[in-house]
Design a protein around this ligand. Structure first.
Ligand SMILES: Nc1ncnc2c1ncn2[C@@H]1O[C@H](COP(=O)(O)OP(=O)(O)OP(=O)(O)O)[C@@H](O)[C@H]1O
Length: 440
């Protein structure tokens, strides 16, 4: 990206190529028997992508990256919100217009093995979009394919070969040539290097960077791997459970992460800037996108969660035990069949698994006074299979602001970090994470 582009954006005079506003993509459960809540794969995402830039989208598996990319291309239908490309709302397009939009955008997929049809020649694979849109004469199309093969670093003679004759990196070049066939302005690159060896990854990233400069392309580059982003992204959006937790210029996100989730992701990148950043291990697993937590989506695993002041004296071990017990309760509440639970309650059933979890979690930690009284009440409810009530009691007592309210973006200057800790009344993220890690 040029300095002029950056200046224009800073001055607010450059219009974005793509604007995503409060985008939601939910997958409904179609089964008639036991219908569950929808999977909230993308749950209220907003950002802009400017012409000629690469926005890196990073996050753990299942956080909604692919769904977001596919929705932006009109390959999934948004449940709510807008994707506006060059002033046109993708959701409003239909028929011919949607085909036209598809022409101006393309997608490169993770696994070149799977995305290339082994029974077609390379020429046919790359030519397919040109044939589908009846671009030029057959001779012109063949010529264009030969040019495209050269553009991505292959040979025109490869036209009549088959995918199995190529290496992983070469196959990804074929996938890129195909995505470029219709001269798109905007490309979604979904983990395009994840299936490749590190040295091949670097070559594909170089190719993508060169193509961007030569053809003025705009990229959404999806990866679960933050270290890859360093080599390609101008800005980075960090996604967690269907939401963007943090977004900012790549260098700022790397050098000065603001959101606790980014802090923990970065701590897992080996040898970051040669520093010896200690790893922040996240407890538990991401919650189900069918049943995201209330308040901040990251609150169930956050290493900097704001705790209610009245329980300031509880140790890190005590908090870990309480959070782990709450996760057990949430899991059981989610898997609970209402009728079966009612029958168990009436029969005076005691949930032995809960008793075992309680022994496991609480036998070696000290929790006294009011806090323990509430935990005991919750254990009684859980042993009666009243998991949701047990969890609600703990949420009331130990929840705090992170569970009560979804944080807004609390930063300015082109950066986003949705965390309550950026407000003046709370201590900053970094010292809290550091202290809790030291106490661990
Ligand atoms: N067609 C579908 N029907 C129902 N649920 C889906 C569908 N596609 C994705 N999901 C669910 O939506 C959530 C987000 O999935 P998505 O593939 O977008 O995440 P991701 O971050 O790209 O993960 P990965 O890196 O593993 O591909 C997951 O819980 C996934 O199981």
């Amino acid at each position: 990206m040029t300095q002029n582009t950056l200046d224009a954006r800073d001055a607010g005079t450059e219009a974005p190529l793509v604007s995503v506003r409060d985008l939601k993509t939910y997958y409904a459960d179609d089964s008639i028997i036991a219908s569950k809540p929808p999977v909230k794969a993308v749950d209220g995402v907003s950002f802009d992508i400017y012409r000629g830039e690469t926005l890196g989208l990073v996050g753990e598996s299942g956080c909604g990256k692919s769904t977001l990319g596919r929705t932006m291309l009109g390959l999934e239908t948004a449940t709510d919100g807008d994707v506006v490309v060059d002033g046109t709302n993708v959701a409003d397009l239909s028929g011919r217009e949607r085909r036209e939009w598809a022409r101006n955008a393309g997608m490169v997929f993770q696994d070149p093995e799977e995305s290339l049809n082994d029974r077609m020649t390379i020429g046919e694979i790359v030519r397919e979009p040109l044939d589908a849109h009846s671009v030029g004469t057959p001779d012109e199309r063949r010529e264009r394919v030969r040019d495209l093969l050269t553009t991505v670093g292959l040979q025109p003679e490869h036209y009549y070969r088959y995918p199995h004759q190529f290496s992983g990196g070469q196959k990804q070049r074929i996938g890129i040539a195909r995505a470029l066939a219709l001269e798109p302005d905007f490309l979604v690159l979904d983990e395009p290097t994840s299936a490749l060896d590190v040295s091949v990854q670097a070559r594909i990233i170089n190719l993508l960077n060169e193509l961007q400069d030569d053809l003025g392309l705009t990229y959404l580059f999806i990866s679960h791997d933050l270290s890859v982003m360093k080599h390609i992204a101008d800005r980075i959006a960090v996604m967690y459970l269907g939401n963007v937790a943090e977004l900012g210029p790549a260098r700022d996100v790397f050098d000065d992460p603001q959101h606790p989730y980014t802090v923990s992701l970065l701590s897992a990148v080996p040898g970051r800037h040669g520093t010896d950043v200690e790893r922040v291990a996240l407890p538990g697993t991401p919650p189900s996108p069918r049943d995201p937590p209330s308040g901040c989506p990251f609150n169930t695993r956050c290493p900097a969660k704001i705790r209610p002041a009245k329980h300031d004296d509880l140790s890190v071990d005590a908090w870990d035990a309480i959070e782990a017990f709450r996760e057990v309760l949430r899991g059981r509440a989610l898997g609970q069949d209402g009728v079966l639970a009612e029958v168990k309650r009436r029969l005076g059933f005691v949930d032995a698994d809960v008793t075992e979890s309680v022994d496991d979690l609480f036998s070696n930690v000290e929790i006294d006074g009011d806090a323990w009284a509430v935990i005991e009440q919750s254990i009684d409810l859980a042993e009666d299979a009243r998991y949701a009530d047990a969890e609600a009691l703990l949420a009331d007592e130990f929840g705090g602001v992170c569970e009560e309210r979804d944080p807004e973006n609390e930063l300015g200057d082109g950066r986003v970090s949705r965390c309550h800790r950026h407000r003046d009344e709370y201590e900053d993220v970094a010292p809290v994470v550091e202290r809790r890690r030291a106490d661990d």
